[in-house]
Design a protein around this ligand. Structure first.
Ligand code: HEC
Ligand code: HEC
Length: 483
């Protein structure tokens, strides 16, 4: 009797325990880790580094105001303070593409906090009478995008073997009131007629590759990380990296041999060079570093589309005083970006939730940190102690890596080949909306899975990520959104 009661109790208890165990597995099966999405207030980016002198601060503020200037062709339209837009352009203001979550950031989005606005390229297409057609890869809900063509076309309109790789402007100034029947460089009233490229045709030929803006917070720190530090980090954990298939190398400037570090392929050496190139390529403003107006390579711009003496931006020699008014826009854009502080994460160290702390540990143990190096120190900076000996928590090794067929854009820049990209710095990731070089996803899980296509150095690490249980994956994602 006692035995059978005991047996019954035993049976009931074990059944209950097994039921609970099954219930748990069911729960776990139903629970799939997911990207918690961009985090809300406070915005931890957009301020200058701490401790600038009053003069440095005045240069920063002046640079910021120029970064916010809206360019028109002749600089005479109301509300448009800058001069030199076009003939081709992708937008009319640095800040239009670098604005989320604060000025200097990445592409704005409808879905971001704070709400900055939809993709500004849609409105700029027809601003001031411009007759541009918005191409299919630019949408109100999508990111700002700029197109590159992989190869040149022959005169017969078929793909050649010759690599192009350059940026082709989305828009032209055709139809704008300040480019129609206006006095220009021909010495007569002139009207710009310049067609947009046929992006649909380029897409059909599989000749189009797209890029979204990279955020600029902490850019001055990136500029000041010594080469020896980048090299030492590259040599570290050699056996582990080899076992996981990770190599990576710096993209060196082909002329002076130093490590370049800006852009999706680490293709540009300095903030000043990038600012000058962006002013020419994105906005169409010629300057002291890129003094000629851009046409549609290899075709020069039509004479009727040139309205200003070149360069359109230059050192202001008519300023008879010292101070931030004298340097060119290009120099002042660089000053602004150099002093933009690194983003502030939501929490640090033991101040973070247990989930975020566990996610941070997994980020290292899984191997993400082998490419996304959590931090590197800057050297002594001429531009001030505020940039000197600072721990830049960038989550990048500043090297380029093979990322496989799925991410390859078939563009070669310096030593960076068709499928090589700079390890994207992950600082500020918590407030970012669009991911990967072409902004193909808004979902961190998808961004991670995209690391694993054939030929990618990221495949080994992603397979370790895939072996985590869903709770661990969630901790890792929570950690990423804390950055
Ligand atoms: C039409 C949008 C657009 C405009 C306008 C624009 N940018 Fe950018 N910016 C981009 C894109 C896209 C990239 C990534 C380019 C690449 O890697 O090929 C980028 C990258 C950069 C970078 C590299 C940062 C890094 O760490 O990789 C700098 C610096 C920069 N832009 C500065 C500027 C400045 C200064 C201006 C104004 C003169 C400007 N940009 C205007 C789209 C834009
Ligand atoms: C082999 C080096 C490497 C490893 C390992 C690696 N990444 Fe990356 N990661 C990159 C590169 C390179 C890019 C940029 C790729 C592109 O845009 O096409 C990138 C991009 C990203 C992005 C998108 C960032 C942005 O600005 O759009 C996220 C998020 C990311 N990685 C997270 C991770 C996580 C999490 C892990 C570990 C599971 C990881 N990565 C492992 C090299 C690596």
């Amino acid at each position: 009797m006692r035995d059978s009661r005991f047996a019954l109790a035993f049976f009931l208890v074990t059944t209950f325990v097994f039921a609970m165990l099954n219930f748990r597995t069911d729960l776990e099966a139903q629970f799939a880790a997911h990207d918690p999405g961009p985090r809300g207030a406070p915005v931890g980016a957009g301020a200058a580094v701490q401790g600038l002198t009053p003069t440095q601060k005045s240069f920063f503020e002046d640079g910021l105001s120029r970064f916010l200037e809206i360019d028109s062709v002749g600089g005479t339209l109301s509300g448009e303070t800058g001069r030199g837009l076009g003939p081709g352009f992708n937008s009319n203001q640095c800040a239009s593409c670098h604005s989320q979550p604060a000025t200097g950031g990445s592409s704005p989005s409808r879905y971001a906090f704070p709400f900055i606005g939809p993709n500004p390229q849609v409105a700029v297409a027809n601003l001031d009478g411009a007759t541009n057609i918005v191409p299919f890869f630019v949408t109100e809900d999508g990111p700002v995008r700029e197109p590159r063509f992989k190869y040149f076309l022959t005169s017969a309109g078929i793909l050649s073997q010759q690599r192009d790789g350059g940026v082709h402007n989305v828009f032209t100034i055709q139809g704008r009131v300040d480019a129609t029947n206006v006095m220009g460089m021909t010495g007569h009233l002139q009207t710009c007629q310049l067609a947009q490229p046929d992006f649909q045709q380029m897409a059909e030929l599989n000749n189009l590759s797209l890029r979204i803006p990279t955020p600029l917070f902490g850019a001055g720190l990136i500029e000041n990380i010594p080469e020896a530090t980048i090299e030492a980090n590259m040599q570290s954990d050699a056996a582990l990296k080899r076992a996981l298939g990770i190599s990576g190398h710096p993209n060196r400037n082909p002329n002076d041999g130093t490590i370049s570090r800006f852009g999706w392929k680490a293709q540009n050496k300095s903030l000043q060079l990038f600012a000058a190139e962006a002013y020419s390529v994105e906005v169409g403003v010629s300057n002291e570093v890129f003094p000629s107006e851009r046409g549609y390579a290899p075709t020069p711009p039509p004479p009727n589309c040139l309205f200003n003496a070149t360069p359109e931006d230059a050192t202001n020699m008519d300023q008879d005083h010292d101070g931030p008014a004298v340097p060119s826009d290009v120099v002042q854009f660089s000053t602004f970006m150099r002093y933009l502080d690194q983003p502030t994460p939501a929490c640090e160290g033991s101040g973070c939730s247990p989930s975020v702390q566990n996610g941070r540990a997994l980020f290292s143990s899984v191997g993400c940190a082998l490419c996304h190096a959590p931090s590197m120190r800057t050297t002594v900076a001429y531009f001030g102690r505020t940039l000197s000996n600072i721990e830049a928590k960038l989550y990048s090794d500043l090297l380029v890596h093979h990322m496989g067929a799925g991410l390859a854009d078939d563009i070669v820049q310096g030593n960076a080949g068709p499928d090589e990209f700079r390890t994207a710095p992950l600082w500020g990731l918590g407030q970012r909306v669009f991911f990967l070089h072409d902004g193909r996803t808004q979902d961190l899980v998808e961004a991670i899975e995209q690391h694993a296509s054939s030929g990618s150095e990221g495949g080994g690490v992603v397979s370790r990520y895939n072996h985590l249980n869903e709770n661990q994956k969630q901790d890792l994602l929570n950690f990423l959104r804390s950055l």
